[in-house]
Design a protein around this ligand. Structure first.
Ligand SMILES: Cc1cc2nc3c(=O)[nH]c(=O)nc-3n(C[C@H](O)[C@H](O)[C@H](O)COP(=O)(O)OP(=O)(O)OC[C@H]3O[C@@H](n4cnc5c(N)ncnc54)[C@H](O)[C@@H]3O)c2cc1C
Length: 431
């Protein structure tokens, strides 16, 4: 019977190495360098490739991929244990070759790409020689893809793309964009769209502005883009015509659970800081940790964090078991719905217990709070994921044969009486 909560000693040694490497070599970059995706920035180039080489030597590069694509084929459970360490640092995913959205984009290129597309886009992406962008959400439509209007029309041997996209993360650093556009407006809703590979130097791509998050100032990372008569060769279709929604779902299943794995790392980071704070801060003659209301916050945080972590690990385990994201849709949606809540709860307690320091920009908590809202939006809002969970749960639930709830309990009682009255020497009429 396999029901095990321990890590194999051999893999634990790898995790210990990753933990030390991330703390000592990678986390310092979060204080010094600006954007991990700015891979051609001379400052990034001085440090990041050296650390990536170390990770490759250690055999830990791109662990989300199978060996045929240069990864370790570890599967999702081991990846979850790794990612909860990498999640602590902004730079760690890129140092280990598993950063979003490139990891998801690589996944769909590997799955649906032609040999030529793989040569041109996938392999440079896997080596982090380039970075990419996923351009799907539109200014007037996010959670409901049926509302998308960005069009792609065939003109001879070229697709011509026209429309607007919103929150296309990292577009300003990307060498190519994966764009979802309507090709067949008359088809059933989920067969109207197709996916295109669009090199970012194609004429007609105009970044209207790069939007930032929360209190960020200056240029942000999330592009509002206008595509104006953007022409790409016919062969730049990724997957089949009309298959865009399916391709997006393939990508988003993995993307969502990988975000959750990294979020466990962020939650743990805030929790560790909270423990350190309450054990060291004195007030009214004793440490904060002695106050019962503080203890409640520690207890609630630990309980929520462990529940979330176990749900993530179990979901990862189920992905490895079934090897089909469709069979774990409910689990991934549940993780996705839980993630922003736990992240927000733990971080807001950590912020409060640090007092003024907690809300200052010397601590990570205020940006983590914004990040917790991001986790409730990016890859679909929480409400939509809760609907998925509820629908699947109810679909799998079989009500007691043909009985109304009002008749259910009396019927069960009657059955119990019939079954045990004799043994209990009870007279049926007296019950
Ligand atoms: C930091 C960040 C990065 C992103 N990166 C990318 C990217 O790289 N590429 C890309 O294409 N997109 C990206 N997105 C966009 C993201 O996928 C969308 O924000 C998301 O799909 C929600 O769409 P929307 O923002 O238009 O919200 P809407 O669809 O307008 O929803 C707004 C709110 O309405 C409610 N709501 C919506 N639908 C329902 C429903 N069915 N039932 C009940 N309530 C509902 C929810 O409260 C929801 O939060 C990113 C978003 C963020 C925040």
């Amino acid at each position: 019977m396999a029901w095990d909560f321990e890590t194999e000693p051999e893999f634990q040694r790898q995790l210990d190495w990753i933990d030390q490497f991330v703390r000592e070599e990678v986390e310092p970059l979060d204080y010094l360098l600006d954007n991990p995706y700015d891979i051609h920035n001379p400052r990034n180039k001085k440090i990041v490739p050296r650390l990536q080489a170390e990770v490759k030597r250690r055999g830990l590069w791109a662990c989300h991929l199978g060996p045929e694509l240069g990864g370790q084929g570890y599967g999702q459970l081991k990846l979850a244990l790794m990612n909860e360490i990498l999640g602590r640092s902004r730079f760690a995913p890129i140092v280990f070759g598993c950063q979003a959205p490139d990891s998801g984009n690589a996944e769909i290129l590997a799955h649906y790409g032609t040999p030529e597309q793989k040569e041109k886009y996938l392999y440079p992406l896997l080596n982090n020689e380039i970075v990419s962008c996923f351009s799907m959400t539109e200014p007037h439509a996010g959670a409901d893809p049926k509302m998308f209007t960005c069009r792609a029309e065939l003109d001879g041997d070229f697709w011509v793309i026209n429309g607007e996209k919103w929150f296309s993360s990292n577009a300003r650093f990307a060498s190519f964009l994966i764009v979802m556009a309507v090709t067949d407006p008359e088809a059933p809703p989920y067969q109207r769209m197709s996916m295109f590979l669009v090199p970012s130097d194609t004429p007609g791509i105009r970044i209207i502005r790069n939007v930032g998050l929360g209190t960020e100032r200056g240029e942000g990372d999330h592009a509002y883009i206008r595509y104006e008569d953007v022409r790409v060769p016919r062969d730049n279709l990724l997957g089949k015509r009309g298959q865009g929604f399916e391709v997006a779902q393939t990508r988003l299943g993995g993307g969502r659970i990988h975000h959750a794995m990294r979020t466990v790392g962020q939650v743990k980071k805030a929790f560790d800081m909270m423990c350190e704070r309450v054990l060291s801060r004195q007030t009214q003659g004793e440490v904060l940790a002695n106050k019962q209301m503080v203890q409640e916050q520690i207890a609630d945080s630990w309980i929520e964090m462990e529940q979330f972590r176990l749900l993530v690990l179990r979901t990862a385990w189920r992905i490895d078991k079934y090897k089909d994201y469709r069979l774990v849709r409910k689990d991934i949606a549940a993780v996705k719905a839980l993630m922003p809540q736990v992240y927000y709860n733990v971080v807001s307690r950590a912020l409060r217990l640090h007092g003024a320091l907690g809300i200052s920009n010397e601590m990570p908590f205020s940006s983590q709070i914004i990040e917790s809202f991001v986790m409730g939006l990016a890859d679909g809002p929480t409400e939509v994921h809760k609907v998925t969970v509820a629908r699947q749960v109810l679909r799998e639930y079989t009500p007691a044969a043909g009985l109304f709830p009002t008749a259910h309990i009396p019927a069960q009682r009657e059955k119990a009486i019939q079954k045990y009255a004799q043994l209990l020497e009870l007279e049926v009429g007296n019950l």
